[in-house]
Write a protein that binds this ligand. Sequence first.
Ligand code: ADP
Ligand code: MG
Length: 583
Amino acid sequence: MLEDAILEKEKRPDTKPVNELTDGFHLLIDAFKANGLNTIYGVPGIPITDFGRLAQASGMRVFSFRHEQHAGNAAAIAGYLTKKPGLCLTVSAPGFLNGLTALANATTNCFPMILISGSSEREIVDLQQGDYEEMDQLAIAKPLCKAAFRILRAEDIGIGVARAIRAAVSGRPGGVYLDLPAKLFGQVIDAQEGARSIVTIVDPAPSQLPAPHSVKRAIDLLKSAKRPLIILGKGASYVQADELIRSFVEKSGIPYLPMSMAKGLLPDDHPQSAGAARSLVLKESDVVIMVGARLNWLLSHGKGKSWGAPGSKRFIQIDIEPREMDSNVEIAAPLVGDIASCISALLEAMGGNWQPPSSDWIQAIAQKRETNLARMATKLQSNVVEPMDFHTALGVLKKIMKEQPETMLINEGANTLDFARSIIDIYKPRKRLDVGTWGIMGIGMGAAVAAAVETGNRVLAVEGDSAFGFSGMEVETICRYNLPVCIVVFNNNGIYRGTDVNPTGGPEVAPTVFVKDARYDIMMQAFGGIGVLAHTRDDLSKAVNEALESGKPTLINAVIDENAGTESGRIGNLNPQSIVTKT
Ligand code: ADP
Ligand code: MG
């Protein structure tokens, strides 16, 4: 034994032990991994190229995009789907600004996300001496996101990342900006000290229980209702309390209306779904309980004609953000807390002998729903063969989504969005990702990448030709990572429709039209993906089924009648119009 020990000692080199070192790059990676953040969406460049390489070498998944906005949109959707902040990594100034659009959008939608941008040196930026890509990024990000931090010392990386994560996911989730000056990455500190500086966050999004008296107030109001209605928003689908929400809806017997991204929280063909009787329930209900949905423009701010007679409505609102209450109309029973805790409390307070709403109310809704669904079914079965219109094409996709309900549906456009939202039923929670609170264009390919990466499921992206154009170059990203994404471009030759003409007869085409009969399908082929030109319902059905079967990156150019479609889809009323006639 003693001999062994002596031998062992002789083997060791005679040099003094040197402390192991670590640096900013590695500390950042360690800090993310310690908190279960293993995926980065970004665009490489100065000063973060090596960070991406090292992150990948450490086993993180790193997805490079062609433009930061789409990497950011992917990170935002990753946040929505996982309840962990999606990470987006960008270069300084212009890259940062491109990512910032996505960060602001994530914040607006209450999705947790962290935008990490490399930045130029403080000394030069603050004296405005004209550094490479100089910009005071922290100051610019601050008003556009939930929180913004800068880390200057390697030993602060652990705590800085912890602050960013907690800010993103706690309370109302949102976007966080993390500013990392180039110098930080190379800073070296003792490895043991570094390891101690990493923070593994305990309970990043703690439960927030509603006050018992607010639960009682809500239940009393609900009991007094003659024509109650539940509105489920994407906050309700975000929280992943699917069973709890389902029990609440079913136990209460109250009809519910899903906001677009809450579709599928309960299947759209659920008997209590009032989706197909939307106008009726908004107008006629007397007590409305909002669950993770806001009374913003998407719900006409809770007032006006669509909400029936003034004063006919009282609201219960469940939200984690206290300031959301009374944002647009008076909330009679605010229930501030996290959705899971609030719903649990309501379920308990409902007790064993809960009375479902009167059968008059239920029947009125059922009748309206049947009429509307029957009318829709006729439209979907129209015999128009070629060119397809929105209904013809969407009838095909509706059927496919019913047969393959695990498919992640991405949807953007104007008419393509409006029609798809009401025509395509969703059967499982968090399967529909769309333009969200801002109603923006450009989320398509970023959302498609994140949906594929985060869920491993097949992805079907239903895109207006205009909407697709905002992120179209990311088809290369989809092909490069060989993601199971099937894009269907509804090609009607333009924005809203393809028939506008230049009234002057001048050489430039009208501002809303594109190249006629553009071959988006060939774009996909350029990167080794599958491109299909679909003129008919059968073409479309065959191509989508093949794509979902094979999982190969596919783009189907669905030719839609250029006369189909209306100005701005269903929100044309938001367009100001000139009434001046020039003589
Ligand atoms: P939709 O567009 O579907 O109506 P919104 O994005 O307008 O949905 O509303 C989502 C709401 O959900 C936000 O007001 C947000 O504060 C809230 N929310 C998000 N997470 C939670 C949570 N864990 N508990 C309670 N409310 C939440
Ligand atoms: Mg179009």
